[in-house]
Design a protein. Sequence first.
Length: 516
Amino acid sequence: MRIKPYFAIAFCLMIMMSSTVSAATITVDDSGGKDYTTIQAAINAANDTDTILVYPGTYVENVDVNKSVTIKSQTGNPDDTVVQGVVPAEHVFNVTKDNVTISGFNATALIFGAGIYLDGVANCTVTNNRVYGWQAIYLWESSNNTLENNTIPNSFYGIFLWYSNNNTLNNNIVLKGANGIRFDSSINNTLDNNTATNSLFGIRFENASYNMLINNTVNSNNENGIHLSGSNNNTLINNTVCNSPLSGIVLEAGIYPSVSSNNMLIDNIVCNNTLSGIVLEAGSNNNTIYNNFFNNTNNTQIEGTSTGNVWNTTKTAGTNIVGGPFLGGNYWATPSGTGHSQTCTDTNNDGFCDSHFDIDASNTDYLPLTINASIDIEKSTNGFDEDTDTLPGIAIGDVVIWKYIVTNTGNVPLDNIVLIDDRQGIIPCPKNTLSPGESMECEMEGVAEYGHHINVANVTGQFGDLFAGDEDVGEYYGYEPGDSDWEPPVVPTANPFLTVGVLGIALVLFLRREQE
């Protein structure tokens, strides 16, 4: 009886070893010399958890992936491992089983077919593929899948999710299609660092909610960049949406009574869109929109009545989207330089316009951002400041020390700081960047020469395309060593033209008196 536990343990070990050994690698080469010449034959022979390694070649087949396997190209290069669909309206890879990985292929479908189709599956990974098809990558009622590092050109739908939730899309490139990335009735998906360009719509949501769009580039699409129709509670953070002939971001009502509400737009760059930067159609209410950079000829378009939208957060310490010291509203620019943020005043230099920005009667940004890029220089010569002190005298041959205090007096960081003295050339400084309010001291030494010497120092700094500059004068008088009677000369401060005029009048009066 005591022996039975040992049999049980041995039996469990045998099961574990059996499951480990059963994971095999099956090879495929269309020219022969490997286990199989077609991918489908390899799948038919495979067990769950097996790996199918496909060598370079062109495989003309539609593949039914009905086992939990990893299918990958041997080189990892989609350009040399092509799977070409053979039946119209059929999918190149038709995945009907969970836990499948497809990696490293050029998958090209015939008309109305998908390159890679996930049909009601979960926990699949589609990575590093180049995919062509009516729907290049199509997820139908599929959840918890990962799509990453895929390139999708020239497809009607680049990536299409229908009733698919909790999926992750990372680092995909979609271009030259009708809909770059489209979600219909799909929730809790994450799009991070994707590129959607040169399509009709870059990213389009239809009745899709609670999705996250982060760090995506959505430029140069033929209608709108990001288009939300009847989609609520989505979060758009740090996306770049530029150069569309219609609008950058559209919040649309959708099919009645659906609306696009309670979405959050933060830290996005929306620029150079022809019709408008952001559109809110009637009924798009209670959206939160702040710390975005808008630079369009028309930044906003409110159609009908949209209420409850919040265009700024409370004043909060932190670096805003234009580098200022506080979070608040949005930066409102135009390419011509006439935007509210570009023309407003900021008397206390806190990075907010003194006046709020009224979008319409129901929509106001109460803390619009602005930029003050400014710099100050104070120059002294052997401790004497020309602005406040008398002209210093320095014996010929003694050391002259010029000091320059450079301060960022604006509300944005400055870089590429350069200090030039018209007599000494470029002055070395301990750093070339300054945060708002930060100062640094630069120094140059020389030898005093005879006479009155004036040096002009000029400093410049840069924030993006903005430049800041300032100048200050330093001077000294060099005298002969041992000249105990030396005194600082009187440097005239009157306007020289006025002085000449007064002397001229005096001379005329004197001559007339002599003639009398």
